[in-house]
Design a protein around this ligand. Structure first.
Ligand code: ZN
Ligand code: ZN
Length: 338
């Protein structure tokens, strides 16, 4: 099969022929039609996130969509030709408290596609039958691929924010994840305030259902602090600490702040402010299998949109560079039909 292989951190991926994997017991072999490229792939490509044991071959990608080509021993409920998604979670331990509580995305023993096991920048990928995503026949692979990570992460963040219809939500960062969050929240009857530095992204956010849009400029914190209608929840999808003061400025007492972007640097947090407001601060990582089923159902009933650039496998490296430089205007999706 053709695959884009990571030969060295930060180096261009090598597109070459490698052995087609085989589905072992409990596994599916999925022939991919499309695979999205996520910002986490950039972190892994650069070596900022490194697995304890690198998979061989080391193939990135955790937003795969394709059809089941082979079914391993002991698999029930999957047939050849079924449409399947291959998401971030390859498997989890199934017996820690998080797994037993149905919160397996917080399992500390999880294995991820494109990090711990080979991922979807390849024509074929092996998935665990319990973690592969059931997709309706005929669903469009290209627009569905980013839902496998960006979409479920946005949905999981909204669930963590515990939003109800009529409440107000501030979405910080209107790239792929933020734009999904805008649409999902708007469909739930939540009033969305979209915040980004880029006016083009704010235009998309308005088109996708945001009630208000705020430019993240030097005056943002002051404008939010002076706004009479504070938000019930704020979700940060922007990979920066710069949004922190603005989240503090716009959140109402007993509001919920959800960290969805991976930001390693600490932020200033006043315990006095926390005791006085009762604000809840939490984090989120992709989503559970139940949340995945829910976001797929939402997407199947009416597609969740995002600006998508379709590329061939040979342009995967170029896309990683564009994402790293912050130049991408939306999501990149590798199509294997080209
Ligand atoms: Zn991802
Ligand atoms: Zn676990």
């Amino acid at each position: 099969m053709r695959a884009a292989v990571l030969a060295g951190y930060g180096q261009p991926l090598e597109v070459k022929a490698v052995a087609t994997p085989v589905a072992g017991p409990g596994q599916l072999l999925v022939r991919l039609a499309a695979c999205g490229i996520c910002h986490s792939d950039v972190h892994i490509w650069k070596g900022e996130v490194q697995p304890p044991h690198a998979p061989s071959p080391f193939i990135l990608g955790h937003e795969g969509v394709g059809t089941v080509e082979a079914v391993g021993d002991g698999v029930e409920g999957w047939d050849l030709g079924d449409m399947a998604g291959v998401p971030w979670l390859h498997d989890t331990c199934m017996h820690c408290d998080e797994c037993l509580d149905g919160q397996e995305s917080f399992c500390q023993h999880q294995r991820a596609h494109g990090l711990n096991v080979p991922g979807g920048f390849a024509e074929y990928v092996v998935a665990d039958a319990h973690f592969a995503v059931r997709l309706p026949d005929g669903i469009d692979p290209v627009t569905t691929a980013p839902v496998m990570c960006a979409g479920v992460t946005a949905y999981g963040a909204i669930r963590r924010a515990d939003l109800k219809a009529g409440e107000r939500l501030a979405v910080f960062g209107c790239g792929g994840l933020g734009l999904y969050a805008v649409q999902i929240a708007a469909r739930m009857g939540v009033e969305v305030v979209a915040i980004d530095r880029d006016p083009a992204k704010l235009d998309h956010a308005r088109r996708y259902g945001a009630r208000e849009a705020e430019r993240a400029d030097a005056g943002l914190v002051e404008r939010l602090a002076g706004h009479s209608d504070k938000v019930h929840a704020a979700i940060n999808f922007a990979p920066t600490t710069a949004t922190w003061d603005a989240m503090i400025a716009c959140i109402r007492p007993r509001g919920r702040i959800v960290a969805a972007a991976l930001v390693a640097e600490p932020v200033p947090l006043s315990q006095e402010w926390l005791t006085g407001t009762g604000v809840t601060i939490t984090g989120t990582s992709v989503g559970t299998r139940k949340e995945m089923a829910e976001v797929v159902a939402l997407h199947a009933s009416r597609p969740l949109l995002n600006p998508i650039e379709v590329i061939g496998l040979e342009r995967a490296s170029e896309a990683l560079e564009q994402l790293e430089g912050g130049h991408a205007q939306g999501r990149y999706v590798i199509s294997f039909s080209r």
